[in-house]
Design a binder for this molecule. Structure first.
Ligand code: PNW
Length: 436
């Protein structure tokens, strides 16, 4: 069961979230190749050898998808613009690309959906990846140019803008752990990316502010780190993971500097003179987005720093193997307010679970229970004084789950990838009963 809308404050925003590469179909509409197209084309990178070339064909079916959100009673839609669609070579504007988002925005407004834009949800133009991508300091200026171009065309209709989705994934997961594009396992590139994502964010914030843009923020992912046992190794490994995953970005963004437990290993590989960028990085935010899915247990695997491995935990898991721990959401929200952002408005910009498609593709009672538990955790954070303004479910549709391909299904709405038919699941109906 989901709670009731009246359990939340007046004006609290309920929405669903998606990302361009995961739903649009990168082959449609004259988009340039992104590094996800190239990464997905390399054998061994994607579980089912698939790419986002077709995805959910949202580029073609966007009106029906917006209808699904309106009919569920959502207040807002969190979506992303694809850099490679807007600027196929990363630098030169393709008006056809922006035309699509122009139509999409008008479609949202016509249906009473507030547009929450994310400027970068991972589809870096391949031409920029070829020039070093996030490991190249020039990306700060490239990204600011792109942000400015999107805002010049769409800014008048946006309720909110996030610069980046999940810098930890953009930098660490992609350049150190190698699971996402560009698939590197290189501490030097990773350290540079850990810094350049933040510099790009700060540079874009400056550029957008100068144009009078408002309601600017960033979306970070948080994952509770717990020790797998009480050994000193597991404790040290947990502290390191917490520093890299949960503290690196929020500390820098709030002027608190990079955490020592992460600097120990990352510091020697940062670009010279990085300290001089910290003021740009700490540009004031209007809001913070929090993506929360799970916790991980950390033991210790010897090897190259900080080769810590998460071990199997005892809690119930989603299809991704991620442990379900709703109280982690209220813990993070209260910890963020207490240690980092004070009374800054905060949104849960993603929370959700993957299930396999069952015999009855539209029956997902487990997901309804998952959402209910996390909404109650959000409510608990409000009770503890957190300035929480909204909650977005990930995701509206089953979609391209990155390196896992089309296997995991996070959607409130089932997608048949052959016919592209959409079928609302019980979780979509539960939201409609709550919000509609
Ligand atoms: C987020 N991790 O990704 C993304 O914002 C979405 O695009 C994605 O579909 C969703 O969560 C579900 O995975 C993450 O390895 C991917 O810790 C990986 C991790 C965290 C978040």
């Amino acid at each position: 069961m989901l709670p009731q809308r009246s359990d939340f404050p007046e004006g609290f925003v309920f929405g669903a979230a998606t990302a361009a590469y995961q739903i649009e179909g990168s082959a449609f509409g004259g988009a340039g190749p992104s590094h996800w197209d190239t990464f997905a084309a390399t054998p061994g990178n994607i579980a089912d050898h698939s790419s986002g070339a077709r995805a959910c064909e949202h580029y073609r079916l966007w009106e029906a998808d917006l209808d699904l959100m309106r009919d569920a009673g959502f207040d807002a839609y969190r979506f992303s613009t694809s850099w490679a669609r807007v600027m196929p070579d990363g630098r030169i504007l393709n008006p056809e690309g922006l035309d699509f988002y122009d139509r999409l925005l008008d479609g949202m407004l016509a249906r009473g959906l507030k547009p929450f834009l994310t400027l970068y949800h991972w589809d870096l133009p391949a031409a920029l990846a070829d020039r070093g991508g996030w490991a190249n300091r020039d990306i700060a200026a490239w990204f600011a140019d792109y942000a400015r171009a999107v805002h010049a065309r769409l800014g008048d209709r946006l309720a909110s803008t996030a610069t980046l989705n999940e810098p930890w994934c953009i930098a660490w997961l992609s350049h150190f752990l190698g699971h996402h594009a560009p698939g590197l396992c290189d501490i030097r590139a990773a350290a540079r990316a850990m810094h350049h994502v933040l510099l790009a964010h700060g540079t874009a914030m400056q550029a957008l502010r100068a144009e009078g843009a408002r309601d600017l923020g960033i979306v970070l992912n948080f994952e509770t780190a717990h020790p797998a046992d009480d050994s000193p190794e597991a404790m040290a490994s947990t502290a390191r993971q917490d520093a890299i995953y949960n503290q690196w970005f929020i500390r820098a963004l709030t002027g608190q500097g990079y955490p020592d437990a992460a600097l120990e290993g990352i510091g020697p590989h940062l670009p010279a003179g990085w300290q001089a960028d910290m003021a740009t990085i700490a540009a004031p935010l209007d809001w913070l987005g929090v993506n929360y899915y799970t916790r991980k247990l950390h033991g210790h695997a010897p090897g190259l720093w900080p080769n810590d491995e998460a071990s199997d935990g005892p809690l119930p898991k989603t299809q991704m193997g991620w442990e379900i721990r709703p109280e982690g959401l209220s813990e993070f929200l209260t910890r963020l307010a207490r240690d980092h952002v004070g009374n800054l408005p905060v949104y849960v910009t993603e929370n959700g679970m993957a299930l396999e498609a069952g015999a009855d593709i539209a029956e997902d009672a487990t997901r309804v229970a998952f959402i209910g538990a996390h909404l109650r955790a959000a409510r608990a954070a409000l009770d503890q004084g957190v300035n929480l303004r909204g909650f977005f479910y990930w995701s509206l549709l089953d979609n391209y789950e990155w390196a896992f391909g089309y296997g995991p299904r996070f959607g409130l709405v089932h997608v048949d990838y052959k016919t592209m038919k959409r079928t609302p699941k019980s979780s979509w109906h539960a939201f409609r009963a709550m919000l509609g």
